[in-house]
Structure formats: C-alpha cells, structure tokens
Design a protein around this ligand. Structure first.
Ligand code: ADP
Ligand code: MG
Length: 397
C-alpha cells in the first residue's frame, strides 16, 4: 500500500482520533452482530499499547442529520468495553465543548467513543466546518473504516486537511492489500464469480475485471438479463430490460477479445418464489415461459466447480440464487464449498458484498476463506477499479 499506516509513525503518548466502521445492527438487547467491532480490535489494541489515548468516531444507520435515539452508539460503547475488558467513555455529542473537554482529559490508554456522526448532516455533506470541529478532538488521524472509504464524508475525507499525518489502520491496510493485489497482480489463473440481483450495480465490476481474469463466472439474478440478450426464454425471472443491450454488447466484446464469460447452463425454476408448487431443474434453452429462475442448476454447479478447480486467485461477489431461502441456496453454498476447497489447497480467495458475506457466514465456511471484506460497497468500488476517497485522502508513504 502506498499510504502511511499506524506502524509507520510514532503514536506514543499522542491522542489519536480514529474513524471506525461501527455501523452494526442493533437489537433490543444491544449489539446484534459485532463483526465490525471485532475487526477494529487489532488497531484499537495496538494504539492503546503505544500509551496513546484514543477517540473513536463512527456512523450508525441513516439518521439523515437528525438525532435518532435508536441509532445512538451508546450500546456500542458498552459492547466495546466488554470486548476490551476496560472502560469506554462515551460522548453524547460528537462535536462541541463537552466532547473537546472529554477528549482533552483522556489519559494514556483511555478510550472515548463519540456519538453517531450522522446525527449531523454535515457529516455526509463533507462540510469543512464540521471536519474542523472533529479534528480538534485528536492529534493524529487514523482511518480504519474501510466500509465507508468509498464515501467522501467529513470524517473520512474533509477531516484529513486538518492533520499533518493521516494514516491507515490495520483493517484498512489489510482490505486494500488483498483487494488491490487481486485486481492488480493476481496469481493466475485468476477467476471471478459475479452474481446477485442486478447487472446495473455491477456492470463496472464486470468491465474492469473481464480483461484481467482468466474467466468470469456469472450466476444469480443478473444472469437472466444475459440470457435475454442471447434471445433465450427467461420466463418471469429477474430482468433489467434497459440493460439487455449492454449485456449483449458485453458478451460480444468479450468474445472479440477472447475474454471468457461463463454463464449458467441450467437453472432451478419455480412457479412461485414464496409458495412453490413446482420446482424443476432445466437447461437454459428450455425455460418454460411461466416460471422464475431462483438458483443455478446442478450442471452449472458442476461446471463452476470444474472451472474453479485450477484457480490460484478467486474473487467472489454476489450470490448465485435467492439464497435467503434454503431451497434456493444450493448454488451459492456450492460456490462457497469450492472456494473453501481452493483456499485449503493454497489459493487466495476473496469474498466481498454484503449479501455474499452473509451467505458465506451462513454456510459456516467463513473461516476457510482467505479474506472476507467488511465493506460491500467499498469492495465493489475497488473491484471496479475506482479509487476510494477515504484512502486517497491519507498521507502518501
Ligand atoms: P451482494 O450484496 O453480495 O453484492 P447483491 O446485493 O448484488 O449481492 O445481490 C444479492 C441478492 O440477489 C440476494 O438478496 C438474492 O436473493 C438476490 N438474487 C440472487 N439470485 C437471484 C435470482 N435468480 N432472482 C432474484 N434475486 C436473486
Ligand atoms: Mg447486497
């Protein structure tokens, strides 16, 4: 990575202001899933070991510039305290005199979590005045919030103007290293698997990855717009009519440039997603007009597994079917199995995308994947070849 990280600078005795991604689901009892908090622990522990004090800031949900009590980070402070087994102070306001006083009184090894940044609309507006107020709370700026690095917000972008040194935390560094290496200098054969609902959200990923991969495997809902582009019957499957031409063009370009796109050869179809009375596995040439494609079929599962068998680098984004329903999750879990298997045999496997990560967690194979990205949107942007504003804003090495 060409940006400074916390290991490149002397933090000792300093007050560190760190942007983290504590945008976690809450339930009545507190934090419902603390994955994102746990991912920030290595950086937090490292900073505290340097005899520094630490001010943490994050957003949670979309309060849209208003104080929404249900989106308070207070339960997160309590949860973090449990995880670290030490006190975590909380500031009811992320800016202002009280927050500044609390921050300035921190002793080495003490932590203060600020209230939800998005209680101010200035955060998402990347408002310079707001950035400046936040900047008063620390002497060194660290960004470990990979999940929001694709947004130029006050706490991720604007704020960096008010510090001499802005560095990446361990999580940010790890995410960037894996994703950037996969996209820029992957060990070959390099395969990508794309799925999920729509082409529209991922066409940039397709176009950026296609010339770089040895093969691009496409499943999920987006496959049907490609089938439509090929003139196949797709029944009542998910279709983006306005993207059919783009799909046709993508297939034609790939063929001309000898970039391999592998589409499903068969699909699982049902007459009704919620209450099916009929579920069949058909070749894509034989789809009946009234059915809906909900998963890749058995032949496709075998085909994808065979393609993946030689890969040394695999990037996966987007489920192969409506995996939320166990009956339609077979294709998605089979791909998860293939990745786990390849990882065991030395390949680098990377999974990005909110739903894909949920699927891999559900499959129980998450420990067997090289890298699971914590940022759905941010990982997609990286796979699209875009620069992340939150990363660009950090100090060059
Ligand atoms: P990710 O969050 O991993 O990037 P997406 O958000 O693009 O993935 O897509 C995930 C969604 O795609 C899931 O909710 C899943 O149900 C849906 N999906 C997958 N296959 C199909 C299909 N054949 N028809 C309709 N929806 C599908
Ligand atoms: Mg999603």
């Amino acid at each position: 990575m060409d940006k400074l990280t916390i290991q490149d600078i002397d933090l000792s005795g300093k007050r560190v202001l760190m942007r983290v991604d504590f945008n976690v689901p809450l339930s009545i009892g507190g934090v419902a899933d603390d994955t994102r908090i746990r991912k920030a622990l290595p950086t937090i522990r490292y900073i505290l070991e340097q005899k520094s004090s630490l001010v943490l800031m994050s957003h949670l949900g979309r309060p849209k510039g208003k104080l929404v009590p249900e989106m308070s980070l207070k339960p997160v402070a309590e949860h973090l305290a449990e995880l670290l087994d030490r006190e975590v102070l909380f500031s009811e306001d992320c800016i202002g005199d009280a927050a500044e006083k609390q921050a300035s009184e921190l002793k080495p090894g003490e932590i203060l979590l600020l209230e939800n940044l998005r209680f101010y609309k200035e955060e998402t507006d990347n408002d310079p005045g707001f950035s400046q107020k936040l900047a008063r709370l620390g002497e060194i700026y660290v960004n470990d919030a990979f999940g929001t690095a694709h947004r130029a917000h006050a706490s991720t972008a604007g704020i960096t103007k008010y510090f001499n040194t802005c560095v990446a935390g361990f999580l940010m560094e790890k995410e960037i290293n894996y994703l950037a290496k996969a996209v820029e200098s992957p060990e070959k054969p390099f395969l990508a698997i794309l799925g999920g609902a729509k082409i529209s959200g991922k066409i940039d990923v397709i176009q950026n990855l296609l010339p770089k991969v040895d093969a691009l495997l496409i499943g999920g809902g987006m496959a049907f717009t490609f089938f439509k582009a090929k003139g196949l019957e797709i029944g009542k499957s998910l279709l983006e009519p306005e993207k059919t031409r783009l799909a046709a063009q993508t297939l034609a370009d790939a063929e001309e440039k000898h970039n391999e796109i592998v589409l499903p050869v068969d699909v699982v179809c049902v007459d009704d997603i919620e209450n099916p009375t009929k579920q069949i596995n058909v070749d894509v040439e034989n789809m009946p007009p009234n059915l809906i494609g909900v998963d890749i079929g058995l032949k496709t599962i075998a085909l994808f597994a065979e393609k993946l068998e030689q890969a040394k680098t695999i990037v996966w984004n987007g489920p192969m079917g409506i995996f939320e329903k166990p009956d339609y999750a077979k294709g998605t879990f089979a791909v998860a199995e293939s990745l786990a298997d390849r990882t065991e045999k030395g390949a680098i496997t990377i999974v990005g995308g909110g739903d894909s990560v949920a699927a891999i967690n559900q499959s129980g194979l998450n420990e067997k994947i090289t890298h699971i990205s914590t940022g759905g949107g941010a990982s997609l942007e990286m796979l699209s070849g875009y620069q992340l504003p939150g990363l660009v804003a950090l100090t060059d090495k």
